[in-house]
Design a protein around this ligand. Structure first.
Ligand SMILES: N[C@@H](CCC(=O)N[C@@H](CS)C(=O)NCC(=O)O)C(=O)O
Length: 273
């Protein structure tokens, strides 16, 4: 069976999700890294594959596939190995609903707020004014460009931060309720829903934003995270593409924002129920 080619970026959540699904299915892939910090997602030869200028993109059997959730479902259907979606219609629906909510309501608009206000801003602080202007000008969607400009300007003080934290705290509450019924977000077994949510929770852990779940706030989420990160697929999808200095840098950036962000997370978590 020919190996697919994955266009991805080491630290991108959507790439981590697809790499995790590939690892769970035991599928080797040809790696083509698209460095988002260097703007490689805007290169004409990549935009031909992914018109939205985003990663990941999978090329399998000569077909170009975009949208990380659709890619994960394709991988699950196309390759042998344990199924990553439940055969039970209720479990399957509930898992798909968690994924859909994250994809359509949280990814970018909400999770991207924290990523760009903190991590992208830190990366851009090493660039010249002209380079930052070029980075922003290359973003094709005007609304996203405006949001990104605000986040890079204001960082942890950006007006978008409290609303994003509220939305995330409510989602953590929803995850907790789900995990009171099922051992995994995908139901009885680890699957696509777990691989989808995990990158965001790991990112918050790297930023030291554990107040979304620790100290008894969301014990089932904490237990789920502990189990998920011990899977062999986690090392192949996350650890092998990360580095200790990078994780240390994320911790330092999150730690610097903690005086502003941590009280917001704690208050939003209490309010979410
Ligand atoms: N709906 C898309 C979203 C993909 C997406 O937002 N990818 C991010 C990385 S996680 C990206 O490539 N961003 C480009 C940028 O930051 O300019 C999917 O699920 O594949």
């Amino acid at each position: 069976m020919p190996n697919p080619t994955l266009y991805h970026f080491s630290g991108s959540t959507c790439s981590q999700k697809v790499r995790m699904v590939l690892a769970e299915k035991g599928v080797e892939f040809i790696s083509r890294e698209i460095d988002l910090t260097k703007g490689e997602q805007h290169a004409p030869e990549y935009v031909v594959l992914n018109a939205d200028h985003v990663v990941p993109t999978l090329v399998a059997d000569g077909e170009v596939l975009v949208e990380s959730t659709l890619i994960c479902e394709f991988i699950d259907d196309r390759y042998p190995g344990s199924p990553l979606r439940s055969a039970d219609p209720h479990q399957r629906y509930r898992a798909a609903a968690l994924v859909n909510f994250l994809d359509t309501r949280l990814h970018g608009k909400v999770t991207g707020v924290l990523t760009h206000a903190l991590l992208t801003r830190a990366a851009m602080s090493q660039r010249t004014v002209d380079q930052v202007a070029a980075y922003l000008a290359a973003i094709p969607d005007p609304a996203e460009r405006g949001l990104r400009t605000s986040l890079l300007t204001h960082g942890a003080q950006a007006p978008e931060i409290p609303g994003a934290i509220d939305a995330l705290a409510r989602y953590f509450h929803r995850l907790e309720q789900h995990l009171a019924v099922y051992p995994w977000l995908s139901g009885d077994a680890f699957g696509i829903a777990d691989a989808t949510v995990l990158p965001y929770v790991v990112r918050f852990r790297e930023l030291r934003f554990e107040s979304f779940w620790n100290e008894g706030a969301r014990p089932a989420v904490e237990h789920w995270l502990d189990r998920a990160v011990t899977r062999p697929s986690f090392d192949r999808a996350f650890t092998d593409w990360s580095s200790a200095p990078l994780v240390a840098a994320f911790g330092a950036i999150g730690g610097a924002a903690a005086p502003v962000v941590d009280p917001l997370i704690k208050a939003a978590t209490r309010a979410a129920g």
